[in-house]
Design a protein around this ligand. Sequence first.
Ligand SMILES: C[S@@+](CC[C@H](N)C(=O)[O-])C[C@H]1O[C@@H](n2cnc3c(N)ncnc32)[C@H](O)[C@@H]1O
Length: 315
Amino acid sequence: MEDAGHEPVLMDEVLRTLALQPGEAVVDCTAGRGGHAAQMAQAIGSTGHLMLVDLDPENLRYATERVSPSGVKITTWRRSFAEVPRALKTVDPKPNALLADLGVASTHLDRPERGFSFREEGPLDMRLAAGQELTPTTRAAPSDPATAGDLVAVLPERELADLIKTWGEDPFARRIARAIVEAREREPIRTTTALAEIVRRAYGSRARESRTHPATRTFMALRIAVNDELGALGRLLDALSRASDWLAPEARVAMISFHSLEDRLIKRAFAGLIQSGRAVDLARGGVVASPEEAECNSRSRSARLRVVQLTGPTS
Ligand SMILES: C[S@@+](CC[C@H](N)C(=O)[O-])C[C@H]1O[C@@H](n2cnc3c(N)ncnc32)[C@H](O)[C@@H]1O
């Protein structure tokens, strides 16, 4: 099996708080490279049921293959986790635990052809759902989401600025949007490196003061928009807040976020459940990586795990 290419974050903390038992059912909403899934499969054993969900077909395939030797019953869904509550209505018994480890896998960032990173030149794609089945510039169906390149090519300046401000939280959003529009009037912006250079120039001398590359926030904003990341998370949390009859009574729900916009949504939804007596907090204030983990896995530095346990009734 090829190397996973992704180091899971907060593994011990996830396993400790979920406290999985042999024979339980678990839904991993973001199977990714199967790091968490493999450990969860060990914990529930061959009598357990592991449901693997991912938008990315290649990751879903990889995670399934990685988990298979455990002998656990596996169900796979290549779809958005926003659809998981509906899919689970017909599953019996219901999951005793749910994990969502949000965002992208390291393999997305490490493969220039996916267009998530500007370290190397690649097409401005950023669709999680694209996977290997598509060439970077070909859509599978008209319903497939727009690529980052599409957004950069067509959005009016004002909308681009709002997008970069809201989802990238970049204080220079207006200046960047202006620079993008001026650049695309000269020639189409086709590659990750071309866009990164336009943003760097828009920053001007301020680029030197920026701790990260000036294009980091713009790329994050585009990625969030292309994959409707906050919309999907919002729909999953809404379903949990409305009714949790798609989960087992006393199910544990763990979510790992990587930026404040995601964490705010999770924190608010979990607080609502706790205040209404429908859940208890299993990770007060959220758990962050230990200094040791932060030292050897840089992705973990921005990770925050929140976990609740439902107290029932389940609807
Ligand atoms: C951080 S990685 C998960 C890594 C995984 N826990 C592991 O240990 O390998 C996030 C994964 O979630 C997937 N993903 C992101 N948004 C999604 C969504 N709305 N629905 C389903 N999968 C999604 C991505 O394709 C990616 O594979």
